[in-house]
Design a protein around this ligand. Structure first.
Ligand SMILES: Cc1cc2nc3c(=O)[nH]c(=O)nc-3n(C[C@H](O)[C@H](O)[C@H](O)COP(=O)(O)OP(=O)(O)OC[C@H]3O[C@@H](n4cnc5c(N)ncnc54)[C@H](O)[C@@H]3O)c2cc1C
Length: 298
């Protein structure tokens, strides 16, 4: 990639392994890993990638992605530097798109601001959470999202109110527009710190009991309307089903764990087994919740 960034602006790393940047710990290298620390650097990387016709992918905390064994044949962007900033202003929290959701929740709790407790504990960047409308235990980020700053793949930036962005269950229009969430404003409400801490603790307790400890990416399939993907997969007797190092968690049937050295191809094969079994038995077609990088589902 014909681009040099000043260290204050970011870094371009050819052939960087992506597996360590994902919670599944699976996948090959990026042709270029581009860490950007400023808006200007983001614009320059997008420009260079476009000139060289390189595909672009974005990586947040890597908690919802399956990277192909061959890696990604383009430019993988990570938002760092100014994109990690978190600031509380009155009842609002202003956060960069790369900021970890956990840090944002902690800042809100410290400031006595409530509204994020249900989604505390989702391993996510703010941008990743907004893009898919991440949620848990009856709450989702759009409940508190006021506005976002978006950057299109051609570098054009715009502000959008959350109400202008079509969204639903684990989906927003951003999935189609592929805009980058550079920053978000969350509007919360004042509450007692003890009340916030209590709600946060109760969610953390439920989470601890629900998910396996081996590397995973949370739910692999979205819940179909009115049902749970995990219930359907479990009813097909697939808990404990294995392909190489990839295993359907005996603890949660909608989670695939990496028991060591799992390959993306094995995870994908297992996902297709799960989809086909559920379709055959219940006539329901499960759709992936995890994003594929460098691979196709259909
Ligand atoms: C243990 C575990 C528990 C989980 N529990 C939940 C849960 O309860 N609820 C839930 O909703 N999810 C859950 N997940 C899934 C995951 O945490 C969420 O989907 C999360 O929002 C993904 O964010 P990320 O930053 O890790 O994105 P990544 O996994 O890095 O990327 C996912 C997608 O988002 C895109 N993206 C990343 N950053 C941006 C950005 N700034 N702008 C635009 N697009 C971007 C990427 O390009 C990619 O397409 C869980 C995952 C794990 C591992």
């Amino acid at each position: 990639m014909d681009l040099r960034l000043d260290p204050a602006e970011g870094a371009v790393e050819p052939g960087a392994p992506l597996a360590p940047l994902t919670t599944w710990r699976i996948g090959g290298p990026a042709r270029y890993l581009c860490r950007v620390r400023t808006g200007a650097a983001l614009a320059r990387v997008l420009g260079a990638a476009s000139r060289e016709s390189l595909p672009i992918a974005l990586l947040g905390m890597g908690s919802n992605v399956l990277v192909a064994d061959e890696g990604f044949p383009g430019c993988v962007l990570r938002l760092e530097g100014e994109f990690l900033d978190v600031r509380v202003e009155g009842e609002r929290v202003l956060a960069g798109g790369g900021a970890p959701l956990g840090g944002v929740c902690a800042a809100a709790a410290r400031a006595g601001l409530s509204g994020l407790e249900a989604i505390t504990g989702i391993p996510s960047s703010i941008g990743g959470a907004v893009r898919i409308n991440a949620g848990a235990y009856g709450g989702e980020i759009f409940d508190v999202l006021e506005s976002v700053r978006l950057v299109a793949r051609d570098g054009a930036a715009r502000e959008a109110a959350a109400s202008e962005l079509p969204h639903g269950y684990r989906w927003t229009r951003l999935v189609e527009t592929r805009e980058i969430v550079a920053a978000a404003v969350l509007r919360l409400r004042p509450a007692g710190r003890e009340e916030i801490a209590e709600k946060t603790r109760s969610v953390a307790d439920r989470r601890r009991g629900a998910l396996p400890s081996e590397p995973n990416a949370g739910s692999v399939f979205k819940n179909p309307e009115g049902d749970f993907a995990g219930r359907l997969i479990e009813a097909c007797g697939l808990k404990g089903e294995r392909r190489g190092g990839a295993l359907v968690s005996p603890r949660h049937a909608n989670v695939i764990v990496n028991t060591g050295g799992a390959r993306a191809s094995e995870v994908l094969a297992l996902m297709r087994v799960m989809r086909d079994a559920v379709r055959g038995r219940f006539g329901v077609t499960l759709m992936p919740e995890v994003e594929l990088l460098g691979m196709r589902w259909e």
